[in-house]
Design a binder for this molecule. Structure first.
Ligand code: SF4
Length: 376
């Protein structure tokens, strides 16, 4: 079985080359060919000694997950579906904007965290992606986008930002994530600045500290609720790492973060977390953490059990935060027509969730509100 070179960051590739009796500079050359030039064919790596090319042909390969589909939305959003075997597929979304091109990358097939409003969480967990499958999404997207956009975008970097916000919780796939992040930052590979690579977490507190040590990139935290009682229901990992611990972890992360703020993501669910009182409670929660807030209109999916907040609720919620001095944005919904919007990354992963309907989520939420004397 040939070794997949996409599994190695620079350090790993140098070590593997050393095992083959090759010098470190050869590893750098190959790294540049594979990631900078997007080349997967060793015979075309023209400045590499012929003897090494022949050796690589026998022992190694550049094997990204095969592309199952490539769909373009009316708004320019592009969604790729990659086959990671055994009936599992993961999604990668490219979002072009005036001043940047962002690639949203998946870290797992499915997700174990079962956030109540999330289409991926509904499917249950299948497996962690390998480093090759994570970085392979960027490698493939660069090639696919380069092919179709080369005519009008020649010379420009099409993907300027990467967000680990696709399917899965990146920080529960830590060991495979870190080499992929290092490749994104490596000048011999993709050369992105730390500020342009974002890891999004639901709040795996010990892994946030490990990320700060191993590879501090920009951090987004999926908050979605202003208090533990509601967050326990919407983001069940909160029962293990409650908000006080999470806020303390954010403060620690900020000491090494490449940006001087944490981005908090907050999905707006009608009647659940979108009231003015929720906004005020949220303000109290985050007041000591330098942050930006990103409000995300919920993207409904079949049997979700939730509704998108009315536009007026979102506007009023944002207004309260902005008046208090918090930079607040409301995410534009992109790629609705190809199910590429946030929380719709369902793919075609085999459903291993024990949950079959939204009932189990909605009923506890309702009973919680009833216990609290809140009518929705
Ligand atoms: S929101 Fe993120 S962490 Fe939560 S279930 Fe979905 S993919 Fe997993």
């Amino acid at each position: 079985m040939p070794v997949n070179l996409l599994d190695f960051d620079a350090e790993g590739l140098t070590a593997w080359f050393a095992q083959q009796g090759e010098k470190p500079f050869r590893a750098k050359q190959v790294l540049r060919w594979v990631h900078q030039a997007g080349e997967g064919d060793f015979t075309r790596m023209t400045d590499i000694a012929k003897s090494l090319r022949e050796k690589l042909l026998l022992t190694a390969a550049v094997s990204p997950a095969p592309t199952l589909s490539d769909r373009l939305s009316d708004d320019g959003t592009r969604k790729f579906l990659f086959d990671v075997g055994n009936g599992n597929a993961v999604e990668t979304v490219f979002i072009p904007e005036n001043d940047r091109g962002t690639l949203c990358v998946s870290s797992q097939a499915g997700c174990a965290l079962e956030c109540a409003f999330c289409s991926t969480g509904r499917q249950g967990f299948n497996r962690n992606l390998t480093t090759a499958e994570i970085i392979g999404q960027l490698w493939q997207a660069n090639r696919l986008l380069g092919q179709s956009l080369a005519a009008d975008k020649r010379g420009e970097r099409i993907i300027s930002n990467v967000v680990m916000m696709g399917m899965g919780e990146p920080l529960t796939n830590f060991d495979n994530l870190i080499p992929a992040l290092r490749l994104m930052l490596d000048d011999h590979a993709y050369g992105l600045s730390r500020r342009r690579v974002t890891v999004s977490t639901a709040g795996i507190v010990p892994a946030m500290d490990r990320l700060a040590d191993a590879c501090p990139v920009a951090l987004a935290v999926s908050l979605h609720a202003p208090n533990d009682a509601l967050r326990d229901q919407l983001v069940p990992i909160n029962r293990k790492y409650p908000l006080a611990d999470l806020m303390a972890a954010c403060q620690r992360y900020l000491k090494v973060a490449p940006r001087d703020f944490i981005t908090f993501e907050y999905v707006m669910l009608d009647g659940i977390n979108d009231r003015e009182a929720d906004a005020r409670e949220l303000l109290r929660l985050v007041r000591d953490v330098p942050c930006k807030l990103n409000l995300i209109p919920f993207n409904p999916f079949p049997n979700s059990g939730f509704k998108r907040s009315p536009r007026e609720n979102v506007r009023r919620f944002a207004e309260i935060l902005i008046e208090a001095g918090i930079v607040t944005t409301t995410r534009k919904t992109r790629g609705d027509d190809i199910d590429a919007a946030c929380g719709q990354l369902a793919g075609q992963v085999l459903d291993r969730s024990r949950r079959t309907t939204a009932e189990k989520v909605v009923i506890p939420l309702k009973s919680m509100f009833q216990q609290a004397g809140v009518t929705q």
